[in-house]
Design a protein around this ligand. Sequence first.
Ligand code: AMP
Length: 216
Amino acid sequence: MINLFLLGLPGAGKGTVSEQIVDKYHLTHISTGDMFREAMANETKVGLEAKSYIDKGDLVPDEVTARLVEERLGQPDIKEGYILDGFPRTIVQAELLEEITKKLNKPLTNVISLEVKEDTLVNRLSARFMCKKCGATYNKITKMPKVVGTCDRCGSHEFYQREDDKPEVVKNRLQVNEKMNTPLKDYYQKNGILSVVDGEQTPEKVFESVDAVLSK
Ligand code: AMP
């Protein structure tokens, strides 16, 4: 059983490598960012609560986020393990996660930190756009849809740029996240389950490195 936490700044490539891991290992991908975006689109209570934070690039409060994760991890479709993407982002969240996973008997087995320079991240995020219907992620420079104007995954023709990928917000978002990642890395280093992967490599090489860690 692999229960993985992928640690990395926005734009580090967590989404892309998650898709590759899911294909090979059949893990359930749990992205708190995706869950919040879905909740906002459906205007649920959590979505409305989260929106004011997300639109500014700030973090949603720990209790709201942890509740969302606990509900998701408790669902029965998680049989072969999970990938957490975007959670935990703080030490408090890491401690909450430990409690949650202990209760559910699904402890983390691996933490992989995907590391990319800030300049690369800013460039990647400002070129990023999403499918309006299914949320698939593309990039104007590195990952255009196979047929221009048509989503590879769902065939829709409508795309948008995430509010929090816009240049005025990206810098704040990166800074907020950077400050938080360092203590998290230390936390999992001490736990002995941390591996570091160079996220500047091509997507294929990134996956090879991640795969080498997971198949150990
Ligand atoms: P992401 O797609 O992971 O960049 O998440 C988008 C936004 O959702 C973040 O900028 C936060 O506002 C919010 N969010 C996602 N995950 C968390 C988390 N673990 N804790 C707090 N806020 C989060």
